[in-house]
Design a protein around this ligand. Structure first.
Ligand SMILES: C[S@@+](CC[C@H](N)C(=O)[O-])C[C@H]1O[C@@H](n2cnc3c(N)ncnc32)[C@H](O)[C@@H]1O
Ligand code: SF4
Length: 462
């Protein structure tokens, strides 16, 4: 059964290399500034012809304090809440610009507020953002929409969680990371058990369909014993979903991470121990491994989607909503249509400047070639279904899979010999041992990887 996963430290060490997480293919490294607003407009027009439903992403970058590990695109602003006003002014202008480009009959069935910390906005601002969005876009009726938000339990106000539910939010994720005080001190994020329970209780009372918690393994001062205590208490909280991220330590790219001393990080053996513990404990507790750090309870929609083959992978991780085009709004956000990716300006100043000039704030993007499309589909199937049937790909793209991927099929043989995959005449299927090494398997189909793989660009697989 695809949901089972096997931990093997020898194989994990053997395949522990740097690699992309494939929230997109090609990955963001391939995006380039030659892709401009007019390319984007052309791509959106093409997507209107296909008319897929929409998924909206809003990036709210502000946070009250810096977590030393954080790799997100954020602006730390301890007390200057007024700073959000000029940001929202631009965001509303962008919402109008973007909405004008898409056909009004295209329904929004998925919406995500991410950050930074979206609840850095006050309740009136959050309500206003939803009202502006509802005015400009065609939001699906409550019941057929999936609206989600990332919330920091340390700073969210008491009534915000219920207020968001009234605005149609039905999925919520809370950043927790670790309950161990020494680890919390090491990453500058003190967060009590009571703070976590208070927000979980509020989300349950407000009727959220899915509550998710974020943890990270590989943080400074983490030990297997300490993380075991954390997991025990987290399991007792019974979140519907858990993301247990592998800490990506890339201080050369993310300056704040320089505040974490290398010598305080768990060594390779401890990190493997943390991963093994996580998988064992969560599986014992009945959680199903979805893939790439994500777990869910068996009755969660993600598990059902995994079992019936409708699971998707996008910039927010795994999702149940198949086949949407994503419109990203706010600085640094990424959008996606069938044929392109686009990314907004990374810095506040450049974002403001573009919007003030009445134009989209696109910093870079990418139009997919026919070859990219085939490879993206193969990688998506590997990451979400664990199965690539050659005939199905051949028919969909008018190719002969064996011929087209002759080299890749050769390169997969050692992975098959190591028990990561089963390589048959008609398909590739991921075996329990390969489920923790999905990106190594996907990398075989990534045509850009030989040119782009360096430790400067990607995090480690383990
Ligand atoms: C935008 S934050 C979540 C919302 C809110 N800002 C908070 O921290 O509670 C997204 C999540 O990304 C994860 N994350 C951030 N930096 C990371 C890193 N360097 N490695 C692994 N996970 C990371 C954390 O688990 C964090 O909760
Ligand atoms: S983890 Fe969350 S709260 Fe901490 S700096 Fe990153 S985005 Fe902000």
């Amino acid at each position: 059964m695809y949901s089972s996963v096997q931990f093997d430290s020898v194989m994990l060490k053997k395949y522990d290399t740097f690699g992309p997480r494939y929230t997109s293919y090609p990955t963001a490294i391939q995006f380039n500034p030659a892709f401009t607003g007019s390319d984007y407009k052309r791509e959106i027009e093409l997507s209107n012809g296909i008319g897929k439903p929409l998924s909206l992403y809003f990036h709210i970058p502000y946070c009250k304090s810096l977590c030393f590990f954080c790799a997100c695109n954020k602006i730390i602003s301890h007390s200057d809440q007024a700073r959000t006003v000029p940001y929202l002014e631009r965001l509303y202008k962008e919402i109008k610009l973007q909405a004008n480009l898409v056909n009004s009959d295209r329904q929004v069935n998925q919406l995500h507020l991410g950050g930074g910390t979206p609840t850095y906005l006050n309740d009136d601002q959050l309500a206003e953002l939803m009202a502006v969005t509802a005015d400009e876009f065609n939001l699906a009726p409550i019941g057929s929409r999936e609206f989600s938000i990332e919330v920091d339990p340390r700073t969210v106000r008491e009534n915000t969680i219920s207020m968001l539910a009234e605005h149609g939010f039905n999925r919520i994720s809370f950043g927790v990371q670790d309950l161990d005080i020494k680890v919390q001190q090491g990453v500058n994020r003190i967060q009590t058990y009571d703070q976590n329970m208070a927000v979980i209780d509020a989300a349950r009372t407000s009727g959220y369909a899915s509550i998710s918690l974020d943890l990270i393994y590989g943080l400074p001062f983490q030990t297997v014993e300490g993380f075991d205590r954390t997991l025990e208490r987290i399991i007792a909280m019974q979140p519907d979903r858990l993301a247990v991220y592998n800490y990506a330590h890339m201080p050369h790219r993310i300056k704040a991470q320089k505040l974490i001393k290398e010598q305080d990080l768990p060594d390779a053996a401890t990190k493997l121990g943390l991963l093994e513990l996580t998988i064992t404990r969560l599986q014992e507790a009945g959680y199903v491994y979805i893939g790439m750090d994500h777990f869910a309870l068996p009755d969660d929609e993600l598990v059902k989607a995994m079992e019936n083959g409708t699971l998707q992978r996008n910039f927010q991780g795994y999702s149940t909503h198949a086949d949407t085009d994503m419109i990203g709004m706010g600085m640094t956000s990424i959008g996606k249509t069938d044929n392109c990716y686009s990314q907004n300006q990374r810095y506040e100043k450049a974002y403001f400047q573009d919007i003030d000039e009445g134009q989209l704030a696109i910093m870079q993007g990418y139009s997919l070639s026919a070859d990219d499309q085939v490879r993206r589909d193969v990688i998506q199937r590997l990451m979400c279904q664990g199965l690539v049937e050659f005939e199905s790909i051949s028919q969909q793209f008018g190719i002969d899979f064996h011929h087209y991927f002759a080299e890749e099929l050769q390169r997969l043989k050692p992975l098959a010999n190591d028990g990561l995959i089963q390589l048959q005449e008609s398909d590739i299927s991921i075996l329990p041992l390969g489920r923790l090494l999905l990106r190594n398997i996907a990398m075989v189909f990534d045509i850009y990887r030989p040119r782009t793989v360096t430790d400067q660009l990607f995090s480690k697989v383990i």
